[in-house]
Ligand binder design. Sequence first.
Ligand code: HEC
Ligand code: HEC
Length: 391
Amino acid sequence: MKETVIKLLSYYFGFLMVMQLFLFSACSPDNSNTPEQDPSNLILAQYLKLPTSPFAYENLRVPAYLDASSIETHDNTPSHNPITDAGATLGRVLFYDTNLSENNTISCASCHHQSKGFSDHRQFSSGFNGGKTARHSMGLSNARYRENGRFFWDERAGTLEEQVLLPIQDPVEMGMTLPDLEIKLQSMEYYPILFKRAFGDETINSHKISLALAQFVRTLISFNSKFDQGRALHEISEPFSNFTNQENLGKEIFHSVNKGMCSSCHFTEAMITGVSRNNGLTRELSDIGLEGTTGDPLDRYKFKAPSLRNITVRPPYMHDGDYTNLGDVIEGYNTGISWTPTLDAHLMLPGNTAAKKLNLTSKETEALEAFLHTLTDEEFLTNEIYSNPFK
Ligand code: HEC
Ligand code: HEC
C-alpha cells in the first residue's frame, strides 16, 4: 500500500516536472520579453527609428468616395506582391538607405524627397558620382494607380517590381550590381532581421529587394487634400462647399471638355495619365519619349505624366523639367502648344495640321492654378510612415 502511494507520488511529481519543462519551453525567451527587450529590436534600434509594432501599411485605404469610382480597377498591385506591414517597412528602409549606391552616398530619397511629393527640386538630379540624370525626377504620389502599370516617363519598365531595381544599377544614379548589393546588404546587421520579418527567412536576394521596394512605393497614396475634403461631400460636377469661387471655377475648367480638357488626360481622382501622350509642350525635341521604348514612330514625343496630386510642391515640371512654375505650364497649354504629327487628338484643330489654343482668360488661368493648389496633401508630405527611418 505504502509502496503504491510512493509510486503514485513519484509519478505525480514526475508529471509535474515534465509539465514544468513543457511550460518553460513553451514560454520561450522571445515571448517573455517586451518588444523593447527583443534582441532583434535592440539591434534595429541601433540604426533605425522604427515603431515597436509596424505601421499599418496593409490597411491604407482610399477614401469611401473612391470606392464606387473606377480607381481601384487601376491599381497595379500584382497578386504575387500584396503589401504587408513588414514588407513595406523593409521597403521604406531600403528607400532611404544610401548603402544602395556604390559609394554609400545616394539613396532613392536623394532624388525623391517626401516634402516634394517624392520628386526633386532640381531640373536633373545628381547621381552617386555627381553625374546628372537625363530626365527630371518623377513625383511618386499614387503611382500605384497608373493604369497600365508601366513606369518611367517613357514607360520603359513593364512593372514597378522591374522599375525599382533599375536606378540601383543605373551607371549615373546608384552604380551598383545586384550581386554586389546582395552581398553588401547580407553583411549589414539590420537587413537579415528585416528580410526575415518580411519574407520568413534571412536570405537576401534582388527579387525580395524589388518586392519590398515596390510595396513601399505603392503605399505612397495621397488622398487627403482640400480637393478630397470637398470631394467627400460632393459629386465632382457640383461646386464644392469648402472651395472658394475661384477654386470652383478652376475645378470646372480642369474637368470641362470645352475649356481646359485637363481631366481628359490626367484622369480618375488620382489625376494620372492612363497612356502616354504628346501634349505639345516639349521645346527641346531630342528626347523621343515612348518611341524609344516601342520603336514605333507614332509614339514620338509621347510621355506619361505622374499624378498631379501634390503638383504645387514639386516644380520644375515635365520630363525635361523645362517649366519652372505652374503659371508657365498653364500658359503653355493656353497659347504655346506646338504641332507635331503625333500631337494628341484632344489638342489638334480639325484637319490635324495645327494645334489648338485653349484661349483661357487670365481670370481662368489663375483659377486653374488655384484649383491645382487644392491637390496638396500636407499629411502625405509629412506623414511619419513615409519618412526617413534612419537615426
Ligand atoms: C539619381 C536620382 C535618382 C535616384 C537615386 C532614384 N531615382 Fe527614381 N527617378 C529618377 C528619375 C530622373 C526618374 C525618371 C527617369 C526616366 O523616366 O527616364 C525616376 C523615376 C522613378 C519612378 C517612376 C515613376 C513613374 O510614375 O513612372 C519610380 C517608381 C522611381 N523612380 C523610384 C525610385 C526608387 C525605388 C529608387 C531607389 C531604388 C529611385 N527611384 C532612385 C531619379 C532617381
Ligand atoms: C492630351 C493630353 C493632356 C492634356 C489635355 C493635358 N495634359 Fe498635362 N500632361 C500631359 C502629358 C503627356 C504630360 C507629361 C509631358 C512631358 O513630360 O513632356 C503632362 C504634364 C503636365 C504637368 C506636369 C507634370 C509633372 O509631373 O511635371 C502639369 C502640371 C499638367 N500636365 C497640367 C495640365 C493641365 C492644368 C491641363 C489642362 C489645361 C493639362 N495638363 C492638360 C498630357 C495632357
